[in-house]
Design a protein around this ligand. Sequence first.
Ligand code: HEC
Length: 279
Amino acid sequence: MQRTSAMIVALATLTLGTAPLAKAGPAADLKAFQAYFQTRFPMLALKNYVDGPYNFSANDRAQWKQILEFPPYSFAVDAGKTAFGTKFPDGADYASCFSQGGIGIAQDYPKFDEKTGKVVTIGIAINECRKRHGLKPLSLTKGELADIVAYMTSTSDGKLIHVVIPNDKRAIAAYEAGKEYFYSRRGQLNFSCASCHVQAAGKRLRGQYLAPALGITASFPVYRSKWGDVGTLVRRFIGCNRKVRSVPAKPDSAAYRDLAYFLTYMSNGLPIAGPGARS
Ligand code: HEC
C-alpha cells in the first residue's frame, strides 16, 4: 500500500502538461503520437507495442508466453463462433449485418456512421444488429458479446488497424472529443489517461507495467486472470476510470465511443493481436 501511494505521488509530480499533440488534425496527430513513442522507446519496433505491458519485464514476458501456450481466451473464441453462427428467430444472422460476413473486419473498427453521425465500435455494431432483428442488446463489457467480439477479432489477427476519420465535421468532432477525454484529468487522483499511458508508460504501478497508449487497443478483447473471463475495451476504460476514483461513463456513451475512436486511430498501421491475455 505504501509503495502504491509513493508511486501515485511520483506520478503526480511528473511534468504532465506537455501532451505530444497540438491542434493539428488527425493525420498530423497520428504521426506525432507514433513518433513520440518511437523516440521514447527506440528499442521497440511499431509492431512490438501490441504486447503492451510485456515489453518492459523479461520475467513478466516469460510468464505471459507460458500462459499463451494454452490461450485462456480460446473458450471465449469458440463460444463466440457458435453464438455468431446461430440464426436469429427471424432467420437472419450476425454475418448479414457486416461487410464480408463479419470475417476479417475487426481492424476497421471503430467506424464513423454517416447516417447517425456517431462512432460505432464493433460491440455496438453487434448490438445494433441484434436490435434490427428484434433482439435485446447484450452487455458491452463481458459475456456473450465479448465472446463474439473475441471470435470476430480472431479472424483479423495480424491485419493492420485501419480506422478511418472521414472528412466530415461530425467525425472530426468525435475524434477531437475522444482526444480531449484522453488528455483531461479526472477523479479524486486527478489523472488523465495520458498521465499513466503516455507520461508514465513503461513504468511500474502496483506491480504492473503501464502499457504505452500506442498499440493499447490492439489485443482487445482480453482474457484477464484478475477477471477470470474475457472483457472488452470498454470494460478496461471503466476499470481505469475507477482507478483514479472517477465515475465511469456508460458503456455505450459518446464519451467512450469517441475515446475508442481516438485511441484506436492512434494505433493505425499496427497489427491486430487480439484476443489477448493479461494478468
Ligand atoms: C493511475 C494510472 C492509470 C490511469 C490514469 C489510467 N490507466 Fe489504464 N491502466 C493502468 C494500469 C495499472 C493498467 C494495467 C492493468 C491494471 O492494473 O488494471 C492499465 C491498463 C489499461 C489498458 C489495457 C492495456 C493492456 O495492454 O492490457 C487500457 C486499454 C487502458 N489502461 C486504458 C486507459 C484509458 C483509456 C484511461 C483513461 C480513461 C486510462 N487507462 C487511465 C493505469 C492507469
